[in-house]
Design a protein around this ligand. Structure first.
Ligand code: PSV
Ligand code: MN
Length: 436
């Protein structure tokens, strides 16, 4: 397909409105029929489409390059080598789906040389900065003290101080960009029984988090992310939602638990965790991904879309019970790492899966479900949930995109415009995005 306007310019690749328009015009006829059909079946379709259009998911800067495993890495070419290029990539995603209006940065992988210029560039692409992430799980070149035996939990006060200072520096960077939250994920823990005094490790970590918390601006949130195992294999100092909630409660009202879907032991009931964290007013946000075995970092919805739907079902139930705004009151972020797909296609799929699950959960007849629950009508409750889950809501998600000026079929357009080919022409075949 010829590029028409758009393509490469001085600020990198852009997708122009007329290219989206041409694409949509071709698909509009069939699309409209599907929306009309659903509108007959679903009450208040317009409201659902409005809610879908408002729902934005932040893209992690570290998912824009090809991820690797400890066995190797297969680069895909045209990866963003600079923060500017990462913003350009998220700009492309957002132009295609108008649903990825924010980027989540990882410091020091993404330190801006000029916050003002980076902010202006993001603004040009219609992007905001979501949570900034600190990194005390790797040693950086020239770093004075090693994190080999942990950071905030470390037995040596100097290591702890270094980790605290780093987090305070990340808050500073985030402030300059207009971010409003800090995500702290600690790889701290132990790999062998006897290595660590659990209580002391907890207390040291809490003490460090207290100092970081004290440095937060008044309108910021601190997200405490937990993970069951890896890189430590015997204990993790923030290993589950109970531990995260302990820290968040002890820290104060600006501290919350962050749920990364891949950070649980097999078969954990994540939807129940979500429901109870919401009840406690301590759910801060999400890292969406999918997995079969552990922290697989796979495309959202690729393995277990029903679980994703059940999580959104609890989210809506709990958020509505507390009068929360679905779009803005929690941090919605993706945390995936693609090893064999084109990262941009993969992220488009992830955002789509999230919005599908959200739309399906919006369809659940809450009054009827409540009645079924109160009457111990188990079969009816299951019917209600699965009726919503089995509804093909893709036309509604597409309609929300259409009304927002995005593409009816983002991946199709991404391919038709040969976006990856152009990025390779711009950046080269052998590129490597910063990150793991
Ligand atoms: C750790 O596995 C994690 O989920 C944390 O969110 C990190 O910030 C991210 O992945 C990237 O390593
Ligand atoms: Mn995560």
């Amino acid at each position: 397909m010829p590029l028409g306007r758009g393509g490469l310019n001085n600020n990198g690749m852009r997708i122009e409105q007329d290219q989206i328009q041409q694409h949509n015009d071709k698909l509009a006829g069939k699309h409209r029929k599907k929306v009309a059909q659903l509108s007959n079946e679903i009450p208040d379709v317009k409201k659902i489409i409005r809610q879908l259009a408002a729902f934005q998911v932040a893209i992690p800067s570290w998912a824009l390059g090809t991820g690797g495993t400890r066995f190797g890495r297969f680069s895909g070419g045209g990866e963003p080598g600079t923060l500017e290029e990462k913003i350009e990539d998220v700009g492309l995603l957002h132009a295609l789906n108008q649903s990825s209006g924010a980027i989540s940065l990882h410091i020091p992988w993404d330190i801006p040389t000029s916050a003002r210029k980076i902010k202006a560039l993001a603004h040009e692409h219609g992007l905001l900065f979501d949570a900034v992430n600190s990194n005390t799980f790797q040693d950086q070149p020239g770093q004075k003290h090693s994190y080999k035996f942990g950071s905030l939990q470390h037995v040596n006060e100097k290591v702890r101080k270094q980790a605290i200072d780093h987090n305070i520096e990340v808050i500073k960077q985030g402030k300059a960009l207009g971010s409003h939250s800090l995500t702290v994920w600690l790889s701290d823990g132990s790999s062998f029984p006897g290595q660590l005094n659990f209580r002391k490790a907890f207390e040291r970590t809490l003490e460090g988090l207290r100092e970081i918390y004290a440095a937060l601006p008044s309108n910021w949130k601190l997200f405490v992310e937990y993970k069951a195992f890896e890189p430590n294999f015997y204990s993790m100092t923030v290993g589950d939602w109970g531990q995260s909630l302990l820290y968040a409660n002890k820290l104060g009202p600006k501290a919350y638990t962050l749920v990364d879907l891949g950070h649980h032991l097999p078969n954990a009931n994540i939807e129940q965790i979500v429901s109870l964290l919401l009840m406690e007013k301590k759910l801060g946000g999400f890292h969406f991904n999918d997995s079969k075995y552990g922290d697989d970092d796979l495309t959202v919805g690729s393995i277990n879309p029903y679980q994703l739907f059940l999580i959104f079902n609890e989210l809506i139930e709990g958020m509505d019970a507390r009068g929360m705004n679905h779009a803005t009151d929690l941090g919605w972020m993706i945390d995936t790492s693609h090893t064999i797909k084109d990262p941009l296609e993969d992220l488009l799929q992830s955002v789509e899966a999230i919005k599908i699950a959200y739309a399906q959960a919006l369809l659940v007849d809450r009054r009827e479900l409540n009645r079924a629950q109160e009457n111990n009508d188990v079969a009816r409750a299951q019917e209600l949930l699965q009726h919503a889950y089995r509804t093909d809501v893709r036309p509604l998600v597409a309609e929300a995109r259409l009304q927002s000026g995005a593409a009816l079929q983002p991946i199709e357009l991404f391919r038709a415009l040969s976006v990856r080919k152009q990025l390779i022409a711009e950046r080269g075949v052998k590129t490597k995005a910063t990150g793991l």
